[in-house]
Design a protein around this ligand. Structure first.
Ligand SMILES: Nc1ncnc2c1ncn2[C@@H]1O[C@H](COP(=O)(O)OP(=O)(O)O)[C@@H](O)[C@H]1O
Ligand SMILES: [Mg+2]
Length: 415
């Protein structure tokens, strides 16, 4: 097979391929033998910034059931996506130091988005989940830094962390000539969980009260913030941090105002809140979730509690920015916006009241729970606005019918 061409064509078809808006230009940066496979690192040089993809390939004698896992044919069989190959998947677990003697199977979790998750069974029960990062970055992935710290601190609000694998690859952009980053990590698999988005949608559609779940979520987010402040670095918000945040808020607002007339019309009022927020006392900066919404929390059926996952930060932000201390109220703002979205998407006669009750309960429980950080109302409002401004850009570009949702959020925050 013509490896670069076939591999490039396959990568360009994957959900996790991030360069959908340009014609890809791939080259193989690195190829290394690993247990059961060869790990290819494929660079896409087209697009606004070069992106490196992790694509492990295995050889199979017969084509796997999943035909979209076939990359090409080679002498003696088929070249397949090694993530679908249990030998390779189990090899990664073993490399992390996980005891794999009882592992009896591995399968890729359906509905993958930006990464590929593999679920392992021990004695026929799913017990371990491995997240294979497809886009690689220099520096440890925050998903690993943060979940390992929380799990190590005994936090009851995250799945137990099991291990991770790093790798080095050539990078002319680094002084040393190499980059080092995270390939994958594994954690305890929680059977029977549903994500908070699905649970909340059911509740709003059926007109069911969700305030008790929202309260538990507030306590979980507070607990996570407390554990992160105790285990990872924190810094006072200096003038430089405040002005960097102001720049980020205003950059987004300028983009939104140029694409969404309704935002342009409210731009001065939004900026007035930003200015007021910049004058307020700020909490210490620390590691946070960074992209918190109902889709990132899992409801455990047995104990009714929440587990928080996916600490990778906002996908569109450069990785270097995602791994620095940030404002804990940003997570609170993310969840507040998510309740609004759930009520708008779910609908129902009392959707607006449902969202208000959830938001109030969530904030009330957050501030009363151990670990929470002071919530200045003006700063929180600015963070809610920034989130809604971001959503307005996203909706204008991708789902114009949904634009009224962030716009209503902006109007509510301005009142
Ligand atoms: N520890 C876990 N136990 C059970 N399911 C999980 C676990 N971690 C993730 N999942 C499932 O995988 C989905 C995506 O996980 P996430 O970490 O958010 O990855 P992504 O980066 O693809 O969004 C979750 O919504 C959940 O359904
Ligand atoms: Mg996620």
């Amino acid at each position: 097979m013509r490896l670069t061409e076939d591999l490039g064509a396959w990568v360009a078809r994957q959900r996790w391929y991030a360069g959908k808006s340009h014609e890809p230009q791939f080259r193989i940066l690195d190829a290394r033998p690993v247990v059961g496979a060869t790990r290819y690192l494929l660079m896409d040089d087209a697009g606004s910034r070069p992106t490196l993809y992790q694509v492990p390939l295995a050889l199979a004698a017969s084509p796997p059931a999943m035909t979209d896992a076939v990359i090409g044919e080679a002498e003696g069989g088929y070249v397949i996506d090694a993530a679908r190959d249990p030998a390779f998947a189990t090899g990664m677990l073993a490399e992390m130091g996980v005891d794999v003697r009882r592992v009896t199977g591995a399968r890729v979790l359906a509905g993958e988005q930006s990464n590929t998750s593999i679920v392992f069974e021990e004695d026929r029960h799913p017990t371990i989940i491995l997240k294979l990062f497809r886009a690689l970055h220099h520096g440890e992935n925050p998903d690993v830094t943060v979940q390992r710290a929380l799990s190590g601190a005994g936090s009851p609000f995250v799945p137990r962390f099991l291990g991770s694998i790093d790798a080095e690859w050539p990078d002319v952009g680094q002084e040393s000539g190499v980059s080092r980053g995270t390939l994958c990590f594994a954690q305890e698999f929680l059977p029977g969980v549903r994500d908070g988005w699905a649970v909340a949608l059911d509740a709003v559609r059926e007109g069911r009260d969700f305030t008790s779940a929202a309260r538990d979520l507030g306590a979980a987010v507070a607990g996570v913030h407390g554990a992160l402040a105790a285990t990872l670095e924190t810094v006072d918000a200096g003038a430089g941090d405040v002005s960097a945040t102001a720049t980020a808020w205003r950059r987004r607002l300028t983009i939104a105002a140029s694409e969404v007339p309704a935002v342009a019309y409210r731009s001065d009022a939004i900026d007035a809140i930003y200015r007021a927020a910049l004058e307020r006392p700020w909490p210490r900066l620390q590691r946070i979730h960074g992209d918190l919404h109902l889709g990132q929390v899992l409801a455990v059926p047995d104990d009714g509690g929440w587990r928080i996952v996916d600490f990778e930060g906002e996908p569109l932000r450069p990785m270097t920015e995602r791994a620095i201390p940030d404002l804990p109220p940003r997570d609170v703002a993310g969840m507040l916006r998510s309740f609004d979205y759930a009520s708008a998407v779910g609908g129902g006669p009392d959707a607006a009241e449902w969202a208000t009750a959830c938001r109030d309960s969530f904030v009330d429980a957050y501030v009363r729970s151990p670990g929470s950080v002071a919530l200045d109302p003006v700063l929180l409002n600015a963070l809610v606005l920034d989130k809604a401004v971001y959503e307005s850009i996203y909706e204008a570009r991708n789902r114009p019918d949904w634009l009224p949702v962030p716009l209503a959020g902006i109007d509510a925050a301005l009142r």
